[in-house]
Design a protein around this ligand. Structure first.
Ligand SMILES: [Zn+2]
Length: 454
């Protein structure tokens, strides 16, 4: 079978991301679909959600998600899907539950997919009125986008529930799994607008027996997989044209944060199951959003931003660990976040337009869960730095730091001390002090990740 025979581009046309390839797994076409939509005798023909639904096709394709290879799953349905998206672990599974939904009898109810990270699918009824499609995953892949496509105008294709997955690692999987278990995600409906669907060649309708045979699948394409270890993104605050805070002795925050970041990476590298990633490893300026993006591109499990503060009151000292919240824990925290967020202004106006992360409803839903996880990480760090000078002084605080806004990656910011305080500045300039701090941070990160996995 040629790729063009089993590749249905119409599902992907008009969407913002480039589709690198696509693959038909199962599907019904033309007359088959029309026949399926006929209502049972005595049943009212309405668009109401209670109307019985049927899954009439399942397709998988590779897709680019902001520069990262992902898997697109398209579930074709007869009526508007009232789906519930869930993730389950041990083994990792994506579950799509739909009320009053059956599986078209001409489709195999289970089979191999061999399209990384999806390995198998099956359909069943966990309750009489629920149809459940399970996609087994070879890695902890998380949904980064889910929406409904409206039927095509010519009626050739019905509603489609679309889910894009990427291999984001166990921590992001856990964040997404918990968020989806707690509240129901309401996917928005989109219309395909760009390419008229009729202009894309469709495969010829197949005889029914073809649907019962094992789906013919092209050679599996394996998306780039993240390392089989935890990925920790270490963000050295400031850099380049942004020096950050300045100490009494002229110490620049950007130099301290870079040195501490490198030390933390060295310490984490000693841990067999952690791969540290430096957001910057030289004196470079990056916008805050770019820092988040770099962490996402590396499929980070967690994000640790390192800073060293300054305050008008030279007596202020100690270590603070911050996580994101809508409301700041105190005035000073709010002021600090405001000042740190201004780092973005140094780089000039942002011409990137709308933040793609914030614009995504599914990721916005994960943010709450991610904030809970970030708070857990912050408290593990605090309990590991208690013995350092000022390590127990300031504690866990909250504020709206822009760099902590990755929706599904637990993120924290450590203010390692005050450059405006004589003793703190002296400590931060002392390599053995920084090494001690890095060791404690590394131990805390490792402890958090071990627990997050179980
Ligand atoms: Zn800073």
């Amino acid at each position: 079978m040629k790729m063009s025979d089993n590749c249905i581009l119409r599902f992907f046309s008009g969407l913002s991301d480039a589709v690198m390839s696509c693959l038909l797994i199962l599907g019904l076409f033309g007359g088959g679909l029309a026949a399926l939509s006929a209502p049972a005798a005595g049943q009212q023909v309405t668009q109401q959600t209670s109307a019985p639904n049927a899954i009439t096709g399942l397709r998988l394709g590779q897709i680019d998600v902001q520069g990262q290879e992902g898997l697109r799953i398209v579930v074709e349905m007869q009526s508007r899907p009232e789906t519930r998206l869930l993730l389950l672990d041990s083994p990792w599974r994506l579950v799509i539950d739909s009320p009053s939904t059956s599986w078209d009898s001409r489709l195999l109810p289970a089979g191999d997919l061999m399209k990384a990270p999806a390995s198998r699918y099956r359909f069943g009824h966990p309750a009489p009125d629920i149809g459940r499609l399970v996609i087994e995953l070879a890695v902890p892949a998380t949904p980064v986008r889910a929406f409904i496509l409206q039927p095509t105008e010519d009626g050739g294709v019905g509603y489609r529930f679309v889910v894009d997955l990427i291999d984001g690692g166990p921590t992001r999987f856990a964040v997404a799994r918990q968020a989806l278990a707690k509240s129901r995600f309401q996917p928005e409906e989109r219309a395909e607008t760009v390419t008229p669907l009729s202009s894309v060649p469709l495969p010829a309708p197949r005889p029914d027996r073809a649907l019962h045979s094992k789906p013919k699948i092209a050679a599996p394409i394996t998306p780039v997989q993240r390392p089989k270890t935890f990925v920790v993104a270490i963000d050295a605050g400031h850099g380049g044209k942004d020096p950050g805070a300045l100490g009494k002795k002229g110490t620049r925050e950007k130099d301290i944060t870079l040195k501490a970041a490198k030390m933390l990476a060295e310490e984490l590298r000693k841990t067999v199951n952690i791969t540290p990633i430096l957001i910057r490893n030289s004196d470079r300026y990056y916008k805050l959003r770019t820092r988040i993006k770099r962490a996402r591109d590396k499929q980070a499990d967690i994000f640790v931003s390192l800073h060293a503060d300054s305050a008008p009151n030279s007596k202020a000292r100690g270590i603070s660990v911050f996580s994101l919240s809508d409301r700041a824990s105190d005035k000073e925290a709010a002021y600090l976040a405001q000042r740190e967020n201004k780092a973005d202004l140094i780089g000039g106006p942002d011409l990137d337009g709308e933040d793609p992360v914030a614009a995504n409803a599914l990721l916005r839903m994960f943010q709450r869960e991610s904030m809970n996880e970030s708070a857990k990480l912050a408290s593990v760090i605090l309990s590991n730095i208690k013995d350092l000078p000022g390590g127990d002084k300031r504690g866990h605080r909250f504020a709206g730091f822009a760099v902590l806004k990755s929706p599904d990656i637990p993120s924290i910011l450590v203010e390692m001390g005050f450059l405006s305080n004589r003793q703190d500045e002296k400590n931060l300039r002392d390599n053995s002090y920084l090494r001690g701090l890095s060791k404690r941070l590394a131990r805390a990160v490792s402890l958090y990740l071990e627990n997050a996995e179980s």
